[in-house]
Ligand binder design. Structure first.
Ligand SMILES: C[S@@+](CC[C@H](N)C(=O)[O-])C[C@H]1O[C@@H](n2cnc3c(N)ncnc32)[C@H](O)[C@@H]1O
Length: 367
């Protein structure tokens, strides 16, 4: 809008993010008692004729300039369409909890919310948002209270499916947080795997207990002690685990459409901090694996430093003991044709897969 005043930013946001045409914006800016003054001639002209075609990418794509070289390395010519897709509102997705009922039964039970099946995840339903962009109060829905579904973005569902969990395995969810992926792994394996969930931060882990009760998922939770009593709660498992899921701490650049303010809070220093944490969790995960065991590394980041480069870092530090492996995409029909491949893994993104920007890479322990 030719300036950075609050008014210019609001008008630009209504145009670019809400997709409102000039007459709709003019009807909001009508000078009534609590409304802003009417649009000026210049503002009307810019709305009608203005274009971001010649603007620099950080303006046209509304992203911090310091991450653009990394995003360009990933997206190449698709940088602007991807940045714009990251600026749009995220859909509201749920995962049918197949420990309770299949997806079709959940679809029928939620008919009053008019859900549709998600384009890629075979477990997902998409709930339409209201005109105000808000979704229904799912956390008080009777089916939710009975554990019939979990609120989980399609990208996160896909990452859980690509972890390749199988019944009978011992699986560690090393960065379990509130347990979103642990619950998904339990449902995917029909409660027939031994799943152990932990997290460095006991407060992040706390909600998992209530979620397990509701969902019927069977997961062993190992809560670390902090302070003087601090000890490695997984020490007894070293060298024995079939599969480790590392849903790593990251900058969350892939979730900007869900957390638009995160974009402007991101600093070069926070990226450096996450890179150090990623190296630490990857090294810990590698130590847990039995020979032949599988390490699945996941982030919700679009920055190659946190993705392929983090995997390369582990491969370098571990030497021949840990080797890269292609991620099997079979659990998600249709993903193969849509997803972006990187040197070490696969990258989902809002423009290409219609999901948050999840990255998944797979490795195996040789000895
Ligand atoms: C992306 S979040 C996990 C989200 C969770 N898996 C889910 O699906 O809801 C990353 C988590 O890694 C944890 N974390 C950070 N450093 C860690 C470490 N060294 N060991 C284990 N967990 C760690 C953080 O506390 C945070 O909860």
């Amino acid at each position: 809008m030719g300036g950075e005043t609050g008014r210019a930013i609001v008008i630009g946001m209504l145009r670019l993010q809400r997709g409102l045409a000039e007459p709709s914006i003019a009807s909001l800016f009508d000078g009534a008692r609590f409304a802003p003054p009417p649009l000026t001639e210049d503002e009307r002209k810019r709305l009608a004729e203005g274009s971001l075609a010649d603007a620099p990418p950080e303006v046209a794509g509304d992203a911090p300039a310091f991450v653009l070289p990394s995003l360009t390395a990933l997206f190449g010519d698709a940088l602007l369409p991807e940045l714009r897709a990251l600026g749009r509102r995220a859909p509201l997705d749920i995962r049918a909890n197949t420990l309770k009922q299949d997806r079709d039964a959940a679809l029928a039970a939620l008919a009053d919310l008019s859900p549709e099946v998600t384009p890629l995840s075979p477990l997902g339903l998409r709930i339409p948002l209201g005109e105000d962009g808000r979704g229904p109060a799912l956390h008080v829905d009777p089916l939710f209270l009975e554990g019939g579904f979990e609120i989980q973005d399609e990208g996160s569902q896909i990452a859980s499916l690509l972890a390749g969990a199988r019944p009978g395995e011992t699986i560690v969810d090393l960065c379990a947080g509130g347990g979103g992926k642990s619950l998904a792994l339990a449902a995917i394996t029909g409660n027939a795997a031994r799943i152990i969930a932990t997290d460095a931060d006991p407060r992040r882990l706390a909600p998992i207990h209530e979620r397990l009760r509701r969902s019927g998922a069977e997961v062993e939770v190992r809560t670390p002690r902090t302070g003087k009593a601090r000890a490695d709660v997984l020490a007894d498992l070293d060298g024995t685990v079939d599969r480790v899921l590392v849903d790593a701490p990251c900058t969350g650049t892939g979730t900007w459409r869900r957390n638009p303010d995160a974009k402007w809070r991101l600093r070069p220093g926070s990226l450096a901090g996450r890179l150090a944490e990623q190296a630490e969790v990857l090294d810990r995960a590698a130590k847990l694996l039995r020979p032949g065991g599988t390490l699945v590394y996941v982030t919700c980041s679009l920055l190659p430093e946190e993705n392929d480069a983090a995997v390369d870092g582990l491969l370098r530090r571990a030497g021949p003991a840990i080797q890269a492996k292609a991620t099997d995409l079979a659990p998600v029909p249709g993903l193969d044709d849509r997803v972006r491949r990187t040197a070490r893994g696969i990258q989902m993104s809002p423009a290409l897969t219609g999901t948050d920007g999840f990255y998944v890479a797979t490795m195996t322990r040789k000895s």
